[in-house]
Ligand binder design. Sequence first.
Ligand code: ADP
Ligand code: MG
Length: 481
Amino acid sequence: MIEGRTGKWETVIGLEVHAQVISKAKLFSGAATGFGAKPNTQVSPVDAGFPGMLPVINRFCIEQAVKTGLGLAAEINLHSVFERKNYFYPDLPAGYQISQYLQPVVGHGRVSLDMPNGTVREIGITRLHLEQDAGKSLHDRHPSLTYVDLNRAGVALMEIVSEPDLRSGEEAGLYLRKLRSILRYLGTCDGNMEEGSLRCDANVSVRRPGAPLGTRCEIKNVNSIRYVMQAIEYEARRQIEVIEEGGTVEQQTRLFDAARGVTRPMRSKEEAHDYRYFPDPDLLPLVLDPDWVERIRADLPELPDARKARFMSEYGLSADDAGVLVAEKETALYFERVAQRRESKVAANWVMGDLFGALNRLGVGIHLSPVSAEQLGALIDLIADGTISGRLAKDVFAEMVASSADPAAIVEAKGLRQMTDSSAIEAAIDTVLASQAGRVAEYRAGRDKLYGFFVGQVMRATQGKANPALVNQLLKKKLAG
Ligand code: ADP
Ligand code: MG
């Protein structure tokens, strides 16, 4: 809810996400799809729109779309149709894009969001359809010419359209993160927004709470989740201001200017395209075998919601911790390898605390972690079996991050093995107490607070290597006596 000059307003958002399908070949040709190849080296005559070329559907891309639909708990339409969406653009050589319109391959579904207050919000999915991507115009290669790169032309996209169920930039951010997480778990889209594998258009309108939907503006192609959230917040406030000043919101397509944090008009509804959709005469309707769909369903991997529930029941983690650990598939796998046969809460704390901190500082994802799950597990074992203290484990971990060495090797090389020899610890305690006779007397006279000071001195005298439990036990005895 946004407080305007004249009262409360509700923001209404529906997102259209273009997710590039993970597939070696394009949707209707055998050309390769790898990112970053030399321009125009991954183009078949079909992608280049040569006359007389015929599209042939890539079965794997359909499987990926069906898998995604099932992962979004959506209806799979056993009969769907590819249509031509006609428009002219220099990077669209055929003059039309093959897409789906009235009969998409996937119908209604849903995504659940874990809200910060602990509740769950269900966001409706209107549809998911398959379509071809366009090529790319390169404006920065020549001062007065534009080049066209057709490598991307014909690559399979899934357009995933949400219901207008989202109510703030923050919710839109949660939705995109969750959707991306599901796609990555499924292995149907890598979700990489910088490389353009996941692109988002945000439809935004405002209304008085409970009123019918207001007129929306569509913000095109925002390329990071943070920018989507910013663009929505800016756009909602802009619309509120327009209405509060007596104007009306004009249905428009707008662009987000990330440098200035504002949206500005790109085209109005009057200039909106008429795409003259019609079924592509080169392609038969897409008819799916229900058994094939069921086989895909049976092979679905465990998805984030299910994994979160399992982490809570199997490892006894809190909803928050489980949510953090399952958000990225790689993190969940890493955690499970660390937690195997170990105290799960301890494993979770190391992963979310020290490891995340180190990865953050290094600016790398967990798949590039300098410390493997096996190494972190071995470190936890060294603490559990008393080889090193929890305090020194932090130093060992820092060294593991720096050198990727095994914890046992670091402990040996640096002589960090914990002192568990009680006579050596006793000797250290005696030295400390002898040098602090005044404080010992104060303690014995009732200043209990000094206890921590003595522990600190003993740990210092042993370079932090004394077993803390033994120190406690022996120190208490000495101070009492
Ligand atoms: P189009 O084909 O013009 O893009 P759609 O009806 O397919 O239009 O809607 C596209 C997106 O806009 C969907 O995500 C939908 O939820 C969202 N949407 C529709 N009406 C509104 C509205 N009044 N405010 C915000 N979002 C809306
Ligand atoms: Mg649209």
